[in-house]
Design a binder for this molecule. Structure first.
Ligand code: FAD
Ligand code: MLT
Ligand code: ZN
Length: 491
């Protein structure tokens, strides 16, 4: 992709172009060779490309400069210089975001946080973990495992995403049902504002009602107000027992019944309830070639995870639940994992979906909050619409491979995905604004957990009123009066 991908956006001339003098300043400030990838004073090398392109291969910018500060003070000096010189900036974590927020649109400087990767402290009594923003989620969770604790967030990109990126996107993920959102779990944030001010709100207090809770603005702020450099977060005790069941159902009505039964029968040990339709599982099977967990095929599949204190006891509960819902003919067939290897295998059928969908070339992704009784209707209507348009088919002259639905059923969060062989304007036209109008009619959200980024900037009005958007703009202008932070995105 080139900048022609964005014909409706013009580079804002108020931003300065990067010069050799700017680069000289940053080199002096950051010192080390590994702290800068410089395509200004020499021709852009291949090395810079991964910082310009997103995970979906859908968005591509043209930065010539990537800065990797190693401390909060360095971030402060970088931002102050950028603000004084009208240089636009894109904060970047693990670059696993799914809305085009983590890569430049034009030549904005990428401030990549990977060198700020230290765990600062952990309090084994309270469970408060304090980390640099660039710590990889899986690294933090591995550290906590040794301390018999767990990170309250888990998601498929855990091997690459940063905790700072998770907080900046207010990522939801697979454990939200049990542990709640980052708005509740994050205890404190250290962030740098565009003028270089360090906002030190890195407290470890569970309760603190002294004035406006400003850190909340950075949770889900997507790098539009400043750069998060440190995070303090409440981590629960790790459960001794993780058990998983995977089952097939014949209708979405029955999926809803199963969810109600699971909440009733498994109550406090239920830690995830995930939904996958047959189409999503077919594509995972095609890509991985793995043997299916169930012999029989079904229109819907669910994965339930329990986290409790006694594996045998929880396993028994899960077996009993499965027996009961099969007897009531809610569930058609199912399996309870025997041991941790099978737990991982079953999770693979859910966590593997995003990567497998990209196998053919690209994916149109919609991450939606919908009243639960209507959640799957959107997938059916979209599939029919795409099918009727003649865009869906098995051969290369059809852009669409399939329309699939999956997601965090326990949070009423649907992922409607359209896997494509190539990104194609005709497909986009069939999907938008159709999907957004459908959501607005039901008072849903056009972004449940992935954020707005560049992808949804123009559609925020489908989920937020003019008054709300006006208030958001006021906050943006207050924190970032020059507009250098992640421009062209969000609002
Ligand atoms: P990036 O992608 O680098 O950045 C994301 C946004 O945050 C950008 O706007 C960027 O400017 C900003 N940002 C990054 N770091 C900072 C910082 N330190 N300070 C200020 N702003 C910053 N999301 C979910 O919610 N739930 C899921 O289940 C889920 N599963 C995923 C599975 C896969 C396979 C993939 C690829 C993505 C998934 N995501 C999911 C998307 C999710 O948003 C990201 O994985 C993650 O939260 C982003 O972290 P990151 O470090 O990669 O951030
Ligand atoms: C997921 O739940 O798998 C993630 O949010 C990623 C995606 O939507 O594909
Ligand atoms: Zn998700």
């Amino acid at each position: 992709f080139t900048s022609e991908t964005y014909p409706d956006i013009k580079r804002d001339p108020k931003f300065a172009e990067i010069t050799e003098d700017h680069v000289k300043f940053f080199k002096k400030l950051l010192g080390k060779e590994s702290a800068i990838i410089d395509g200004v004073t020499k021709d852009a090398t291949d090395d810079i490309e991964p910082f310009n392109g997103d995970w979906m291969r859908k968005y591509r910018g043209h930065t010539k400069l990537v800065l990797k500060p190693g401390s909060t003070e360095e971030v402060s000096k970088v931002l102050k210089y950028c603000n004084d010189n009208m240089l636009a900036v894109v904060p970047q974590g693990g670059n696993s975001g799914l809305v085009g927020g983590s890569v430049p649109v034009f030549d904005e400087i990428v401030v990549n946080m990977s060198r700020m990767n230290q765990i600062r402290s952990f309090d084994e009594v309270s469970g408060a973990l304090v980390v640099d923003a660039g710590v990889i989620l899986e690294v933090a969770d591995g550290f906590l495992q040794e301390k018999n604790h767990i990170f309250p967030l888990d998601l498929g990109a855990k091997g690459s995403c940063h905790i700072g990126g998770n907080v900046a996107t207010n990522a939801g993920g697979l454990r939200l049902l049990r542990y709640g959102s980052l708005h509740g779990n994050v205890l404190g944030i250290e962030a740098v504002l565009p003028d270089g001010t360090i906002m030190d709100d890195l407290g470890q207090l569970r309760k603190n009602n002294t004035g406006y809770d400003l850190k909340q603005l950075f949770i889900g702020g997507e790098g539009t107000l400043g750069i998060i450099t440190g995070v303090s977060i409440m981590c629960p005790q790790r459960s001794n027992a993780i058990n998983v069941a995977f089952f097939g159902l014949e209708s979405y009505e029955k999926v809803q019944l199963a969810f109600r039964e699971a909440k009733g029968q498994l109550s406090e040990i239920l830690s995830a309830f995930e939904l996958m339709d047959a189409q999503s599982q077919d594509l995972v099977q095609k890509v991985t070639g793995n043997k299916r967990p169930l012999e029989s095929e079904h229109p819907f599949y669910c994965l339930i995870e329990t986290s409790g204190s006694n594996s045998e006891h929880d396993n028994e509960k899960l077996e009993k639940f499965l027996e009961d819902v099969m007897e009531k003919e809610i569930v058609s067939d199912g399996v309870v994992a025997q041991g941790q290897t099978q737990v991982k295998e079953l999770w693979g059928w859910r966590e593997g979906i995003p990567e497998c969908l990209g196998h053919w070339g690209g994916v149109y992704k919609y991450d939606l909050s919908i009243p639960i009784n209507e959640l799957y209707a959107l997938v059916e209507e979209t599939r029919e619409k795409i099918h009727n348009s003649g865009l869906l088919g098995d051969t290369d002259d059809h852009p669409v491979v399939d329309v699939v639905g999956y997601g965090h059923m326990g949070d009423s969060n649907l992922h409607l995905n359209v896997a494509v062989r190539t990104y194609d304007k005709r497909v986009e036209k069939a999907l938008e604004p159709f999907v957004y109008e459908w959501i607005a009619k039901r008072d849903g959200s056009i972004s449940a957990e992935h954020g707005l980024g560049l992808a949804k900037k123009n559609y925020i009005g489908y989920s937020r009123s003019d008054t709300m958007i006006k208030l958001m703009k006021q906050i943006k202008n207050l924190y970032d009066p020059n507009g250098i932070m992640n421009p062209y995105k969000y609002i």
